[in-house]
Design a protein around this ligand. Structure first.
Ligand SMILES: Nc1ncnc2c1ncn2[C@@H]1O[C@H](COP(=O)(O)OP(=O)(O)O)[C@@H](O)[C@H]1O
Ligand SMILES: [Mg+2]
Length: 367
């Protein structure tokens, strides 16, 4: 049975909430609906940044010390507003939506300690919007010893099936952290985080120029990448490990680019993101022949150029260029995953998260 599902994603970039409507049976996408976005205001983003700091010492995933309780209320409210604005803008009634997939906001991700924390109240959201909400989709996987990330591969495979591209196809999502899904000839999946995505670039730009990010990669395009600095960064043990593997947003926050100029620092951190993606290729069964890049990083032309250089001779295209709603792919994925969770279909697999077996997940809140 095909269901109409709404997906909500707020990623580690802390930029805002992406919204997307799809129709799906949990295997294929029958129709792509509209997408939407609810940006975080500066003060909201500042609260979320403080929440990341206050979450760093958590050992109980239900605890909400410091500003975490306030941040959780903000996340729930921002998502409710995102849904309400979206439904009004597209004249969709809440009764027309079967389920909402709610990722929440990750504030801590430590799978090696079987701990992943997404704030956001699924029950509160379901009550306010009047639609069943599937949430906490990473928890079961992590509790079973999986990485709990990435969750999007099973959706990426459904997207790749709609395209005519030579396999293997790799779908690269560049959010705060970047992750890749490898789709082989027979649809076999391998996935992992590749390393930093936009988060280091954003943090560097915020500290050095006051801008929230390097818009259109302009600063990076004016600088020179410091290859020695990149080689040293790539010596981090994360890069030597085979997939599956995942990262906390702040795993590389200790890397210090402060000695570099704004332009050279932006160029170097952008090149590090590209180099980290290229470093995964030898760990895949075969080099992908086509790369499709989604997420906010696909909007950075300097990053796209560096990826094309480091992944040659493979073709590197943006999701936008192949007809996807590039910025909303993750939101679409959470709609898809919610339907799979309702049907108790697996959402994670040994080769995508290191789960001991294909596993379903998520909790359901009914209004
Ligand atoms: N025009 C642009 N130029 C450069 N970077 C951009 C642009 N638009 C978005 N980004 C980057 O994309 C990020 C948001 O990407 P997103 O896919 O929403 O990540 P996340 O899933 O972590 O929230 C921003 O923080 C910024 O780094
Ligand atoms: Mg985002």
């Amino acid at each position: 049975m095909t269901l109409r599902a709404l997906g909500l994603m707020s990623g580690t970039s802390l930029d805002g909430v992406d919204v997307a409507l799809i129709e799906t049976d949990g295997e294929r996408v029958a129709a792509f609906g509209p997408v939407g976005y609810r940006r975080y205001a500066e003060d909201e983003r500042a609260l979320l940044r403080r929440a990341l700091a206050d979450a760093a010492g958590l050992s109980d995933r239900a605890a909400r010390p410091g500003v975490l309780a306030d941040a959780e209320a903000l996340v729930t409210k921002a998502h409710a507003e995102a849904v309400e604005d979206f439904l009004a803008a597209h004249r969709v009634g809440r009764r027309d939506i079967a389920v909402v997939g709610f990722h929440g906001q990750t504030v801590l991700h430590r799978p090696e300690r079987r701990l992943t924390v997404q704030i956001g109240d699924g029950y509160g959201l379901a009550r306010r919007i009047g639609v069943p909400v599937v949430f906490d989709l990473r928890a079961a996987d992590v509790a079973a010893g999986g990485q709990g990330a990435p969750l999007v591969p099973v959706f990426h495979r459904a997207l790749v099936a709609t395209l005519d591209r030579p396999h293997p196809v790799a779908v690269l999502n560049i959010g705060g952290v970047a992750n890749v899904t490898y789709v082989g000839d027979a649809g076999e999946l391998i996935a992992c985080d590749t390393g930093p995505g936009n988060a280091l670039i954003d943090d560097f730009m915020a500290a050095r120029s006051g801008a929230a990010w390097d818009r259109d990669g302009v600063a990076a395009a004016q600088g020179r990448a410091d290859e020695q600095w990149i080689a040293a960064a790539l010596a981090h043990p994360f890069f030597a490990a085979p997939p599956p593997k995942s990262l906390d947003r702040n795993a590389f926050a200790g890397l210090d680019a402060s000695a570099l100029s704004v332009a050279d620092g932006a160029a170097t951190l952008t090149a590090l993101t590209a180099a980290a993606v290229a470093a995964v290729v030898p760990r895949l069964p075969r080099p992908p022949r086509s790369w499709i890049v989604a997420g906010g990083g696909a909007r950075n032309p300097t990053l796209m150029r560096m990826l094309a250089e480091r992944l040659a001779p493979a073709a590197v295209e943006t999701g936008q260029a192949v007809g996807w709603a590039s910025d909303a792919v993750e939101a679409q994925a959470f709609a898809f995953l919610a339907v799979r969770a309702l049907k108790r279909l697996p959402i994670t697999f040994p080769a995508t998260t290191g789960a001991p077996r294909p596993m379903t997940g998520g909790a359901t809140a009914r209004p």
